[in-house]
Design a binder for this molecule. Structure first.
Ligand SMILES: [Zn+2]
Length: 269
């Protein structure tokens, strides 16, 4: 009796041990997280601190304009780290929800806040236990050109819901959670621009972004290896039919400023 109980217990432990060592294959295999990235802006400084503003100034001053000279005016981005609450971002994955490997190159998705930068930062710092409430960008550029770093680049910011990037080789999107539509978040670097006060509404356009915002955005994009044709907008990738941001944004102006950096002097395609 005792012996058979022991045999039974051991069998259960053996089954349990085998089970733990070799989890059964499931339709939704565990997602494999990505640990490091290259070609995206670094994650500098400590939370809440201003980070080496002179570093940005020097980079901008040294940027050569094709044909000589330096950009004018030499705007120096002020860099501030404002880490989001951990509920508002997650891992990037090497596999999708079906266990299939994913190989997308990074894209940059541009947004606007439709509110003040401070209220957006407060939102990202707030814990959101419900999946549908979780939201973040990797970085945000204030009206004065300050760049706030919100989510580390190797992590997946929740900047776009139902979304697809139409690349030259076809549509790109990744399903990471079967409860939600696929999105570009797994391979996107999300950057948002603080909206002017006359845009705190759902009208089609507003007075646009400051010169400092365009300069800081160009500086930020110059830290990446994302080619021009993979710099896009939330409106372009959105498949919900509800997103039009960033409204009143001049992408060509941004790319022209980007050309002032030696590494981006020639359009990257
Ligand atoms: Zn957006």
């Amino acid at each position: 009796m005792t012996r058979s109980w022991l045999v039974g217990l051991c069998s259960c432990l053996l089954v349990l041990a085998l089970g733990l060592g070799n989890p059964p294959l499931r339709a939704a295999a565990p997602l494999q997280p990505l640990s490091t990235v290259v070609g995206l802006p670094d994650w500098p400084g400590r939370d809440g601190t201003e980070i080496a503003p002179d570093q940005g100034r020097e980079s901008f001053m040294n940027a050569q304009v094709p044909g000589g000279g330096v950009p004018s005016p030499p705007v120096a981005p002020r860099l501030v780290q404002a880490l989001a609450h951990s509920s508002n971002y997650g891992d990037r994955f090497l596999t999708d929800a079906r266990g299939e490997p994913v190989h997308n190159e990074f894209i940059v998705v541009l947004h606007e806040t439709v509110a003040s930068a401070q209220s957006a930062l407060n939102l990202f710092r707030t814990a959101h236990p419900r999946d549908q409430d979780q939201v973040s960008y990797h970085s945000l550029i204030g009206r004065d050109g300050t760049i706030y770093y919100i989510v580390p680049p190797e992590k997946r910011a929740f900047g776009a819901g139902n979304s697809v990037f139409d690349g030259p080789e076809g549509p790109e999107t990744v399903l990471t959670n079967p409860s939600f539509p696929p999105s570009v978040n797994n391979f996107a670097y999300h950057v948002s621009l603080e909206t002017p006060r006359d845009g705190f509404n759902n009208r089609l356009r507003h007075s646009g972004y400051t010169r400092a915002q365009y300069y800081s955005l160009a500086w930020l994009l110059a830290q990446t290896t994302v080619p021009d044709h993979r710099i896009t907008t939330h409106q372009a990738v959105d498949r919900s039919g509800t997103r039009r941001d960033p409204r009143s944004f001049n992408l060509q102006r941004c790319l022209t400023l980007l050309r002032r950096y030696p590494s981006r002097a020639v359009p990257v395609s």
